[in-house]
Structure formats: structure tokens, C-alpha cells
Design a binder for this molecule. Structure first.
Ligand SMILES: *Cc1c(COP(=O)(O)O)cnc(C)c1O
Length: 506
């Protein structure tokens, strides 16, 4: 509470004060005027805005101009990096703040903006998305509830409809724009739980079928959703790391015989590890026959459906109950953009709708549900704009070309690295992940490849990562950053060849 009883004589007369007011009122009005003046510092005027914008723009330009020569990986050195400035009553100022970012944030670790990032699953960061975020933040439309932000909700719905169509879902499908694939997987799985009306007591006899290759966010989602005690059946995979449909059928039938409740099949359209696409059509047919919920995690691979050369292998997504795809992977957006699509809107609605008295003015519309009724979130950023604006600015053509290019670059890498003496490769890439390793003439191959990764990290021009396949340490490239082109792949091969030769000599 504000202290309005002090120092009467210091108070200045101000507009709106009249003779009928008691002393306390005068204090109140004066205090409000004082606070208003300070609070208005949060609203820079046009001149100040221009100045702020210029500084931020100059920083961004400097970053983008320097990017081609920046390293992709720089080891962290906490001792040499300044600590974040203390939060205090006085401002630090934008220039100082930007200087801190340059010295402490945009410096070490993996540089995700770099085309040299071909490890894990790279993210994006197209510029047009930043402009969308900027605008969304300036006007701050409320995208959680239709009544509050009808234009924003409809625009997001149009993006979800577009994705549903890409996947082959009916128009009646529902969906949500999430912060990423993990939240999208959680949302899809919770919708599947609602559809099958799984109660807590049922959990220990409820069965989930998945691949060892499934992303860890699936098991995390099950745990978060209170389904951690479900029976997990890890299915046999073929030589390209895809779920064997026969193994699925056999497992479901065996579980039915012993009185368990087969519920969920989690398939992948592009595994994180090797980019494997499960036989979606066949798995969907088995799920249909046995009435199981089919969740397809296409966080990494989903948007490759835009590419003629692989869309056939992804066509089975059309028969899923829920599908996840990450615009911050396959559409090159900055981190913070996932999406989930659910064929049956009622399942999603029954999982997430909630009615609160303070929301009674928010009218419902069945044809146009509010995101809040289809997701765990209420207030949320207007996420759609960072996706919609780039699509409006660029059209789909360059997105599709970039994805086609990544597929070809991966094939190219897979072909070229085999030509370097000592390197062997994994299976022909299904999407844009390729695995390989160096086989030294003497010594332990796992150890050697681990050292090779260390060498590449010290070099830092590109960032590749590793995994374990069938107990072996293998290297991988995942080509998905929109700034990765042929020169990066050639450079990677050159660095790998040099480093392997050097190591082989020691
Ligand atoms: C990246 C990824 C996820 C997790 O998505 P986030 O956006 O990182 O939360 C889930 N599944 C697959 C297959 C992925 O590649």
C-alpha cells in the first residue's frame, strides 16, 4: 500500500483537485501522479523507440554480418565470462546490456544460427520469424481465447489447418501450436489417454508400444501425464531402425492374451538418432484393427512431406490419431515452435477444456475452439505470427527448396565420406541424418571416434554429434539448418579427413 499520509505541505496542487476533497484525497491524487510519471518510463516515446530499435538492429546486423566467419562451437569457459549484471532499481541501459550479451551469451557453446551446426537436430532462426515475434510482442494479441483474440486464434487455426492438410488429416482435425516437440508429444499423448478413458487404476495394465529410437520426450511425457507405470514394449527394429509391423502385431496379441490393455503405439517419422521413418501405413493398419491410438512423432521429419522425393514414405501420417511436427526444425523457425495435430477434436477437447467463472464472458464456438480448450496453456504468446509472417514474406517455394537441398546434401555427404579412406557409413539416409565412423587400422574404434569428435569440437568450424548404435560409438550429421549448403558439407568432410589422418598417425 502507498503511504498517503505524509508530508502534506510538499504536495503540489494538480488538475482534478477541488475544494470538496478531503486531505486524504489530495494525497492520493498526488501519489498517483507521482507514480504515473515513473511508471511511464515503461512507454518510450517515438524518438526513444527509434533509438532503441536502431541499437538492437545494429547489434543484429553485426551478428549476421559476422556469422559466416564465426565458429559453430566454442567451449564454455565460465571463469572468463562475466556474470549477469545485478538487477537493481536503476537501469543498466541498452548499450551496456547488449555489450553483456555479446561478451557472455553470444559467445560460447553451439552457435545455432551457424550453418556449420550439423549436430543433434539443428534449429533454424530465419529473420522473418524474428519480425513476426517482434510484432506479436508489440501488439500482444491474446491468442489463448477466441473471444479475446479472434483474429489471432483464427490465424493460428489457419496454420494448423494447413499443417493438417499437409499431413492428410480431415478438416475437422484439431491442433495446437506449442513451444516445441516435447510439449506437443505430451499434448498428443494426453489426448490419447482421454480418448481411451484411461483411469489411474488402469495404468499398470495399460501398454505402450514404441521403438528404442523413440525420442526421450515420449517417456518423459508419459511420466508427466501420470502414465509412467504403463507397460512399455520396445519393439524389434529392422536393419534401418524401423519398427517391424510383425513384431507389433505379435506383441499386441500376446498382451491381449494375458489380459493387458494395449493402448498406444508411438511411431516416428524421422527418428532423432538416424532419421528412420517407421512403416507408418502398416502400423496404422494394425492400430485400426486393434483399436490402438497411433501417435506419430514427426517433430524432426514431418515437414519433409513438402518434398516429392520422400513424401511417399511419410504419407502414413494421414492415418495417425495424433501427429507432432516442429516448425523450429523443419520450417527453420527460431526455437519455441512445435505443433500437435489430433484427428478427433473431441479427444483433445475432453483432455483440456476447463471452465472457470472468471471466464464466463468468453463465448464458446464449437467450430472454432479456443487454444486454451485444446492445450494445457491458458495465456500464451501469439506463436502463429512467427510462422505466418515468413510464409507470407517468402511463400513456400524457398522452404521446400531448402528441405530438398538438405535431403540431397545428406545423400551427398553419405556418398563423399565413403570415398575418404578409413571411413565407413551407416544405411542410406532416409531423410537428412547420416551415420558414419572411422575404422582405424589398429586400436579401439569407439575410442578413436570419440577422439575425432573432440578434435572437431576444438576446431569448432562445424559441429557434429555422435550416438550409439548397436553398442558402437558412431558419428552422425543432421543437416537441417537453413544456412547449411554444399560448402559446409565439403568443409566438414575436409575437417573429418584431416583430423582422422592426424589421429591415425599418433
Ligand atoms: C527434437 C525432437 C523432439 C523434441 O522436440 P523439442 O522441440 O526439442 O521439445 C521430439 N521428437 C523428435 C523426433 C525430435 O527430433
Amino acid at each position: 500500500m502507498v503511504d498517503i499520509g505524509r508530508k502534506e505541505k510538499e504536495l503540489l496542487p494538480s488538475a482534478g483537485i477541488n475544494a470538496n476533497m478531503v486531505v486524504g484525497d489530495v494525497h492520493l491524487l498526488n501519489e498517483l501522479a507521482r507514480l504515473e510519471k515513473i511508471a511511464k518510463q515503461l512507454e518510450p516515446d517515438q524518438v526513444q523507440r527509434t533509438e532503441l530499435n536502431r541499437s538492437v538492429e545494429a547489434y543484429a546486423d553485426k551478428f549476421l554480418n559476422a556469422l559466416p566467419d564465426m565458429k559453430t562451437y566454442v567451449a564454455d569457459e565460465p571463469a572468463t565470462v562475466p556474470s549477469p549484471p545485478a538487477i537493481s532499481n536503476e537501469p543498466l541501459g541498452l548499450e551496456e546490456a547488449l555489450a553483456f550479451l555479446a561478451s557472455a551469451v553470444d559467445k560460447t557453446g553451439i552457435n545455432p544460427a551457424s550453418g556449420g551446426h550439423i549436430g543433434y537436430i539443428p534449429g533454424g532462426g530465419i529473420y522473418a520469424a524474428a519480425l513476426g515475434d517482434y510484432l506479436a510482442d508489440v501488439f500482444n494479441r491474446y491468442a489463448g481465447v477466441l473471444f479475446a483474440g479472434p483474429g489471432a486464434v483464427r490465424l493460428e487455426k489457419s496454420l494448423l489447418c494447413w499443417m493438417a492438410k499437409l499431413v492428410g488429416f480431415p478438416e475437422s482435425a484439431a491442433g495446437d501450436l506449442t513451444s516445441g516437440g516435447s510439449m506437443a508429444n505430451l499434448t498428443g499423448i494426453v489426448a490419447g489417454r482421454a480418448a481411451h478413458e484411461i483411469k489411474a487404476v488402469d495404468v499398470p495394465r495399460t501398454v505402450v508400444y514404441l521403438s528404442e529410437q523413440a525420442h526421450h520426450s515420449i517417456e518423459k511425457a508419459l511420466r508427466v501425464a501420470g502414465l509412467g507405470e504403463c507397460v512399455l514394449r520396445f519393439l524389434e527394429l529392422d536393419e534401418r531402425f524401423r519398427i517391424s509391423p510383425d513384431a507389433l502385431t505379435a506383441a499386441i496379441e500376446a498382451d491381449q492374451t494375458i489380459g493387458l490393455n494395449p493402448w498406444l503405439v508411438v511411431a516416428s517419422a524421422g527418428t532423432t538418432d538416424v532419421g528412420a521413418v517407421d512403416p507408418l501405413d502398416e502400423l496404422a493398419e494394425i492400430c485400426r484393427q486393434h483399436k490402438l491410438w497411433l501417435h506419430i512423432d514427426a517433430a524432426y521429419g514431418g515437414f519433409f512431406v513438402l518434398c516429392d522425393s520422400v513424401k511417399e514414405s511419410l504419407a502414413g501420417m494421414a492415418h495417425a490419431d495424433s501427429v507432432v511436427m516442429d516448425p523450429h526444425k523443419g520450417l527453420f523457425l527460431p526455437y519455441g515452435s512445435g505443433a500437435v495435430l489430433v484427428r478427433d477434436q473431441a479427444a483433445m477437447h475432453s483432455a483440456f477444456n476447463y471452465h472457470a467463472h472468471y471466464m464466463q464472458d468468453a463465448v464458446q464456438d464449437v467450430a472454432m475452439m479456443s487454444p486454451a480448450d485444446l492445450s494445457p496453456e491458458l495465456s500464451r504468446p501469439f506463436r502463429g505470427l512467427r510462422l505466418w509472417l515468413p510464409l507470407m514474406i517468402h511463400g513456400l517455394t524457398p522452404f521446400r527448396a531448402a528441405l530438398d537441398e538438405k535431403l540431397l546434401l545428406t545423400k551427398y555427404f553419405h556418398r563423399e565420406i565413403q570415398k575418404v579412406p578409413g571411413f565407413e557409413v551407416g544405411p542410406e539416409p532416409q531423410l537428412s541424418v547420416a551415420t558414419y565412423r572411422y575404422v582405424p587400422k589398429k586400436g579401439d574404434a569407439d575410442q578413436f571416434n570419440k577422439q575425432l569428435i573432440d578434435e572437431l569440437q576444438i576446431d569448432g568450424r562445424v559441429f557434429v554429434s555422435s550416438t550409439r548404435i548397436n553398442g558402437r560409438f558412431v558419428l552422425r550429421v543432421a543437416i537441417l539448418n537453413f544456412r547449411t549448403h554444399r560448402d559446409t558439407v565439403d568443409l566438414t568432410i575436409e575437417i573429418l579427413a584431416d583430423a582422422a589422418m592426424r589421429l591415425a598417425k599418433t
